[in-house]
Design a protein around this ligand. Sequence first.
Ligand SMILES: Cc1cc2nc3c(=O)[nH]c(=O)nc-3n(C[C@H](O)[C@H](O)[C@H](O)COP(=O)(O)OP(=O)(O)OC[C@H]3O[C@@H](n4cnc5c(N)ncnc54)[C@H](O)[C@@H]3O)c2cc1C
Length: 439
Amino acid sequence: MLVERRPVPGRGVAYGTQFEGHLLNVRAKNMSAYADAPDHFVKWAQRHYCSSVKADDFLPRPVYGQYVSSQLREAISLSASAFRCIQGEAVSLEQVADRCLIHLANGQALLADKVVLALGNFPPADLQIPGKTTASARYVANPWSPNALNDSAADRSVLLVGSGLTAVDVTLELRARGFEGTIHILSRRGLLPQRHAAVPFPPFQMDHTPQTVRGLLRMIRLQVKNAEERGSNWREVIDSLRPVTQQIWRSLPQVEQRRFLRHLRTYWDIHRHRIADRIADQLTSQLRSGQIQMHAGRITEYHEVDETVDITYRVRKSGDIRKLRVDRVVNCTGPDGDFRRVGSRLLSNLMQRELARPDELALGLDIADDGTVLNAQGSPSNFLYALGPLRKGKLWESIAVPELRVQVAELASLLVNSLPAETGSSISTGSEVLASINS
Ligand SMILES: Cc1cc2nc3c(=O)[nH]c(=O)nc-3n(C[C@H](O)[C@H](O)[C@H](O)COP(=O)(O)OP(=O)(O)OC[C@H]3O[C@@H](n4cnc5c(N)ncnc54)[C@H](O)[C@@H]3O)c2cc1C
């Protein structure tokens, strides 16, 4: 049974966009749904999207959404009678005997032996700025909500708070919607994601990986220097780290993981999560012409006056106070991983029932190595598993397709091996299910 609150399963936030200008930030050759068939997506795209697609291309995200949906359809067709897709929001789980009752927001309930949480990315955390209230009309809290930028074409200036991939997405969409004004982008450090460039990368040698963030940084800088001496660049080093990032993260003591998050996270993000050349070119030209203006600092005040917003911010390093007047403020701080505040009824319920707990860094849930969710006491659940961004605290690198497809295949095989050959499923109201179990 697949429970999805959206009308169409298989899209999520990333591939639910209808805007073709939103490109994948991973090359087509690394986006196959199957780790053991690396050219699967490229071949699919050549057949179903455009015959000239190349392995190194960055394809539109809506096309990837079609690919995921097509894979789901194929999987269903292999055993249609054993598959059910239920549109609804799962809001709570309850252990009943040795099975699990999943309650949906509409009052229905499902009974299952095992439950996998694949909840994906949550909207950005709300910006806590003095002067901003729940009634602030010029503030866009969630840029991923379908109508977030609907009436923006007539604006003269917009402020994007956060300068990562979400700000890049919003910039592209604003321009595509006909917005011609100035885009101000403000973040603590004022750094935009770097651009991709094709560099071959040798496998990273894990023999003597330092156990401190300082040591790791020194090692990476040295490798970048060596790469530059060979005529290559830092991209080679960052890319070679990808297959071993989880291993390095897990080997770091927690105090070092915290140090990384405090001091290096932004630098890691802009080098690791890069943008396609075509997008980088657009941004560069708008930066040069002044259509995009970057600001590094911290917002101290938000004040709506008629149809505009006055923003006060403290400039990084100098501490100077500056003001901006804009027509709209968009929260582009990226997915929130702190499950104590993301507003998911399901996660709140799991914590309340002590079936799950946040990991110690509050980046996701506390999870065992095989994906089993740990309960409030730290014991592995016998029915609950998690995938993807929910595992970020444990693995750090756990959001993109190259990692997800491996997790998914491993978990699928664990589940298949743990289930009896014939497992019934049912859907009815919660009380009906409980009555049938009790009788
Ligand atoms: C804007 C954006 C762009 C990205 N681009 C790329 C990229 O180019 N390449 C890449 O490799 N990765 C990219 N990613 C990373 C992305 O996390 C993964 O590629 C992938 O989409 C994650 O899949 P998922 O199934 O874990 O989550 P999602 O695709 O987000 O799916 C989770 C689904 O769960 C549903 N859901 C949540 N809670 C409930 C509930 N209680 N009841 C019912 N349904 C529920 C949601 O509606 C959603 O459809 C991007 C992420 C974002 C946010």
